[in-house]
Design a protein around this ligand. Structure first.
Ligand code: KG4
Ligand code: ZN
Length: 370
């Protein structure tokens, strides 16, 4: 089964062609990602309107490139998939409408994919990880611990009640005068800093549930920075190291809580899977290894290019759904918000009746003035 996948929910314009065999991992025939970072950098964050326009300008070419690299024409496809949300609505509409047009003219089925579901299923593309497994998704827009039970069958075990982890990295980078996106900069500064110099809080540490909270940590860091301003280069390094140290300890603790909830509900997970740009952070990776080792869980961390936003994950999720006959009609809607709870599979989702708490529901759109 060969599927074209289109991703335009945030600041990456991406398209890919992926083949899903009847069994085992997938084969990526092409995977083209155009980052808009340069267009947003001056604003210190993603500006939705600029993102949507940039998607319009670039998407046709990116799709043509993905098809050419895969050596396929639309006629060779079994389906066309696009991320239909959650995300910045202008961009989502661009990608979904383009997919509809391709599906219509080439008479192929359309699959409207939930972006979070695509992150959740990436471990099956790369490692053929069997269900059920535990997903740690940490990016600029999302921080969730999810029980991945089947295609269209997810239970969110934990989420952030305020900022996403990547968002917190980006915000403290901005505060300390570092460039956007802040995660890699903060990590670089932290390498040479003293993580014990500032006594920052560890929000949610020791709680039974698996939720996160980052905004208090961010505020505590700002207060420390204001106390010692003007900041020397050494101060910035120590602040970054102290912040990262706190995040790492919180992630370890929240994952232990999430894995415990998973085991109580579904038994031992087949793997702990990481996804999202934050998984590129070496200190976070180290702690993922540590928690997996401690709990006797297999750790799956897809390569960084497949942890961050990309078209291959959308194509793969599309192929997984298509294989089950789960296709969408040409009036499928674009969603700014779309919780994993509301994604459906073959059987009525076990989460269908669960109340939507909205606490950090799915995506915090990162605005320049945020
Ligand atoms: O998954 P992603 O590429 O895009 C979405 O947010 O959907 O994640 C980007 C986020 C940004 O907030 C960025 O600062 C963060 O991931 N990030 C990192 C690192 N690399 C990227 N955070 C901490 N350490 C890193 N090395
Ligand atoms: Zn994402």
């Amino acid at each position: 089964m060969v599927v074209l996948g289109i991703e335009t929910t945030c600041d990456e314009t991406a398209a890919a062609v992926v083949e899903r065999p009847a069994q085992g991992r997938g084969r990526i025939l092409s995977n083209i990602v155009l980052s808009q970072i340069d267009e947003h950098a001056a604003f210190g964050g993603v500006v939705p309107e600029i993102a949507a326009r940039a998607h319009v300008e670039a998407l046709d070419l990116i799709i043509a490139k993905a098809m050419a690299e895969a050596g396929r024409s639309f006629a060779h496809l079994d389906g066309v998939a696009a991320a239909a949300g959650p995300g910045l609505i202008g961009g989502v509409i661009v990608g979904l409408t383009t997919a509809k047009a391709i599906a219509l003219v080439s008479e192929k089925p359309l699959v409207a994919v939930n972006h979070l579901e695509a992150h959740a299923l990436t471990a099956r593309l790369t490692d053929a990880t069997p269900f059920p497994y535990c997903l740690f998704l940490a990016s600029g827009g999302h921080t969730q611990i999810v029980a991945v039970l089947g295609v269209g069958d997810y239970e969110r075990l934990g989420t952030t009640v305020d900022d996403a982890i990547g968002e917190a990295f980006d915000k403290i980078a901005k505060l300390l005068g570092l460039a956007y996106p802040g995660g890699p900069q903060v990590e670089r500064e932290a390498l040479a800093g003293d993580g014990a110099r500032f006594a920052l809080p560890r929000p949610m540490l020791g709680r039974q549930h698996a939720d996160f909270s980052l905004s208090g940590l961010k505020t505590a860091l700002r207060l420390e920075a204001e106390k010692i301003a003007p900041l020397s280069e050494g101060d910035v390094r120590d602040l970054c190291a102290s912040f990262q140290q706190s995040v790492v300890e919180v992630v370890a603790d929240r994952l232990r809580a999430g894995l415990k909830m998973f085991r109580e509900r579904y038994g031992k997970p087949n793997a702990l899977v990481a996804a999202g740009g934050v998984a590129a952070n070496q200190a976070i990776r180290k702690v993922l290894h540590q928690v997996a080792f401690e709990t006797g869980t297999v750790l799956v961390v897809p390569p960084a290019t497949l942890c961050t936003d990309n078209g291959a994950m959308i194509a793969w999720a599309g192929a997984e759904r298509l294989a089950l006959g789960l296709t969408d009609t040409l009036d499928a809607a674009a969603h700014a918000r779309w919780s994993l709870h509301d994604v459906t599979g073959l059987a009525p989702s076990r989460n269908a009746e669960a109340p939507e708490t909205n606490a950090g529901s799915v995506t915090e759109s990162r605005m320049a003035d945020d």
